[in-house]
Structures are given as structure tokens and as C-alpha cells.
Design a protein around this ligand. Structure first.
Ligand SMILES: Cc1cc2nc3c(=O)[nH]c(=O)nc-3n(C[C@H](O)[C@H](O)[C@H](O)COP(=O)(O)O)c2cc1C
Length: 266
């Protein structure tokens, strides 16, 4: 099995049923993020090796509890112990393997490609330091129907990321063409009450502001978050949802905010 510490910040276990080898693959472009990534899975042993926590391998495998996999994994650990690769704390030693440098798209080409994707616009609301907080996103997406979950990505530099981690709840308010000015208010005002100056807001689940005339609103508990590159994914389990028909939603396309139906002047 091979643990992969990728440039994105994701840690994955590949080839989880291959018990004949154990190493840690490292993306060469990971730069300053290598030591924090290693700290999440164990600790360093010189330049060439790391000590890994077997429970983390079990968790990442997706096969823990399956009789065949447990037998193979137990056999691998027993073999490692005999060879002197298991320490007094039960940590197992593995080689660091640097994967080859692979090509990556330029920032400009990435942005140009994503500008071609029409995406709905939502105001994510939560609480921060006792005050309401809001952020405009185009990354809101459906994740699962059962249980019902949505998610979005927030730049780690935005204070909103800390507010969401603290409050563990949010409301996703999907916006229509009548909210074009509200979008400008949220984008231009400092975080806090000033971002709620436009629009008809009322306190909802956990006192978080809900936009009363939103195209749809979803009141959620955060059930998962994960840092990926510059952004953090937040996943919410939807507790309450409201929606209306006949709306003309706002859409982000070609680096412009437009309304979906032409001729509305949004
Ligand atoms: C159409 C549009 C979509 C956006 N989507 C996102 C997003 O998905 N995630 C994000 O972190 N920022 C997104 N932004 C940027 C934030 O809304 C913007 O950085 C924010 O206003 C900065 O506020 P802050 O100082 O509270 O971080 C988007 C901006 C616009 C105009």
C-alpha cells in the first residue's frame, strides 16, 4: 500500500490491498507543506523514512473491518515487526518516495477554463464572533441526496472560513436577479452587519440569517471540512430547505454576474 501526500493537501491511500510493500509517495511540488502533511500521518525519521500510525492506514484504506483485508494487513505488520520496522509505540516505518514532477496548468489557463462554466450564485451566511457573516460564492454544489448534503469552497484567507469552523452551521441562500444589489453590498462591505444592509433577512436555524425572498435557502449543519490547496471544502447536512418557482437566478459566467433569462438587466 502507498500513502500519497499530494500537492492539493489531500492524503490518500492507494493500492490498499497490496500488502507486499509500504511507502509514502510525495508530490515534489508540495514545497513547504510536507512537514505539516507528515505530522498528520506520523513522524519523520531522517530524510528517507517516516514512522506511520497503523490506525491511520486502516482508516484511509476503506477496508477496515473486512476479514480478508484485516488478515492481510495484520500479516504485513507482523512481517514489518520481524524485520525491525515497528517501534515501541507500534508505529511502522516506511520509505519516502518522491514522484516525478508532472506538468500543471497555468493560473491563467485554469481561470479561463473555469470562466466557461456557468454557475449559480449563493450568499453563504453564518455567525462570527456573535455577529452575522456572509460571503458570495459560485462554488455551491449538490453532494448527496441521502443524506441530503451540499458543499462549497471558501478561500482559507477569508475570515469566513474561521467563522464556519467555529459555528459549524451555515445557510446557503441561492440568489435571483432581484438580488443583484445585495451581491454588490456583500462584496463591497466589511464582514459583519454591514453586509446585511440590503435585502430582507431574518434569523433562522441557530440564529443564522436567512434571506426571506431567496430563490432557495438551505439551513445546514457542517458535517465535514477539508483543506484542498488554497480553499477549504465545507459540507453541510440540510436540516430545512425552502424554495420558490418562477425565479430568474443569478449566474456567474465569463467573469460576469448575469441573470439566467435575458433582458432582465441584472
Ligand atoms: C461571482 C463570485 C463568486 C465567488 N465565489 C467564491 C467562492 O466560491 N469561494 C470563495 O472563497 N470566494 C468566492 N468569491 C470571492 C468572495 O466573495 C470575496 O473574496 C469576498 O467578498 C471577500 O470577502 P472576505 O474579505 O470576507 O473574505 C466569489 C466572488 C464572486 C464575485
Amino acid at each position: 500500500m502507498r500513502l500519497y501526500l499530494g500537492l492539493s493537501g489531500a492524503i490518500t491511500l492507494i493500492e490498499p490491498v497490496d500488502f507486499r510493500r509500504l511507502d509514502v509517495l510525495i508530490d515534489p511540488q508540495i514545497n513547504g507543506r510536507l512537514d505539516p502533511a507528515i505530522a498528520r500521518i506520523g513522524h519523520r525519521d531522517g530524510d528517507q523514512h517516516v514512522w506511520l500510525c497503523p490506525q491511520i492506514l486502516r482508516f484511509l484504506s476503506g477496508h477496515a473491518g473486512e476479514a480478508d483485508w484485516e488478515a492481510g494487513f495484520g500479516g504485513m505488520l507482523a512481517y514489518a515487526a520481524k524485520a525491525g520496522w515497528v517501534n515501541g509505540e507500534g508505529m511502522v516505518r516506511a520509505h519516502l518516495t518522491w514522484v516525478e514532477n508532472r506538468e500543471m496548468v497555468s493560473h491563467d489557463d485554469f481561470k479561463a477554463a473555469m470562466r466557461a462554466l456557468p454557475a449559480g450564485i449563493a450568499a453563504i451566511t453564518t455567525l462570527g464572533g456573535g455577529e452575522p457573516a456572509a460571503l458570495i460564492v459560485s462554488s455551491l454544489t449538490s453532494i448527496s441526496a441521502d443524506p441530503p448534503m451540499v458543499g462549497f469552497f471558501i478561500n482559507e484567507k477569508s475570515p469566513m472560513a474561521g467563522h464556519l469552523l467555529e459555528t459549524q452551521k451555515f445557510v446557503a441562500n441561492i440568489l435571483g436577479h432581484e438580488h443583484a444589489r445585495l451581491v454588490q453590498t456583500v462584496l463591497s462591505q466589511p464582514q459583519g452587519n454591514a453586509r446585511f444592509a440590503g435585502g430582507s433577512w431574518a434569523a433562522g436555524y441557530g440564529d443564522i440569517p436567512v434571506l426571506q425572498d431567496a430563490v432557495a435557502s438551505m439551513e445546514c449543519d457542517i458535517v465535514h471540512n477539508w483543506r484542498l490547496g488554497t480553499h477549504r471544502l465545507f459540507v453541510g447536512l440540510i436540516r430545512h430547505a425552502a424554495s420558490r418557482t418562477g425565479a430568474n437566478p443569478l449566474v456567474n459566467f465569463g467573469a460576469e454576474i448575469r441573470s439566467l433569462q435575458a433582458g432582465d438587466g441584472a
